[in-house]
Write a protein that binds this ligand. Sequence first.
Ligand code: FAD
Length: 247
Amino acid sequence: MDVRLLEATPNPEELICRGARNDYMSDFNPDLSFEETMASVEGDTLEEKKRTLIDHLMTHGHFGPFEHPSVTFAVKGVSRACMAQLTRHRHVSFDVQSMRYVSFNDVDPERVAEGEMVVTPPSATDPDWVGRNQKGGAVDEETVEKREEVFRQSVKRSVEDYQELLGLGMPPEDARFVLPIGSKVNIVMSMNVRMLMHVADMRAAADAQWEIREMTEQLLDLAAEWCPVTFDYYDEEMRNRKNRLAP
Ligand SMILES: Cc1cc2nc3c(=O)[nH]c(=O)nc-3n(C[C@H](O)[C@H](O)[C@H](O)COP(=O)(O)OP(=O)(O)OC[C@H]3O[C@@H](n4cnc5c(N)ncnc54)[C@H](O)[C@@H]3O)c2cc1C
């Protein structure tokens, strides 16, 4: 998968702080400089003041100000199974690559067997991989070789069938019904900082599936560059403690 930050609110933490200061100041107004807005917050520098205020908001569960800054990510090459999990989050806005308007008639089924177009889960190739919902533990080499063979044959076959149906004049929107749920999809999605932390609570957790967890960890890495004080606090104090953002 490929996960990138496409667009984001500039100076997100200044915006969070301005929102919060509005709540606590009798004379807040948007013409004040950021320095003036933060004047009574503890800290020697503006960076320290920002950290003081953001830590205070996070500690006290005052999450409203984190709804102001938004970020848009472009995610390429996750499975439609992962997409189904992700799109359950109702405060995220999505654009999802269409299987009605994008057809896969020129994909070589042999290459699909090798990993093009369909995500290959690690349990298909790694004998030591143990998934969350797997009965039993690691398996022997012979078993995983058989798994891989069945998996690769199955995805190749489904693309061959899809292309045959297209050849028989079936529209892509109907022929797609035979494609695997592991088919890769590209997504553009936007959310605010609070929602990103909520998605991380649920999807970077140990009980989330490996694919959405890997994607969410990449979102968190990008978020840490964009909004460092907030995601530093999140990482240190809140990560893996589910549902604090939406109790
Ligand atoms: C490990 C795991 C396993 C899962 N398994 C399944 C499964 O087997 N089947 C299945 O259907 N789903 C499953 N889900 C999806 C899960 O039930 C949620 O639908 C999904 O994670 C969206 O999160 P959310 O409920 O926090 O809502 P979001 O849409 O992310 O909304 C954020 C918060 O807003 C509030 N909110 C939003 N909409 C409403 C509303 N209409 N009413 C009240 N409050 C609202 C809630 O506080 C909510 O937590 C699973 C999720 C995880 C992480």
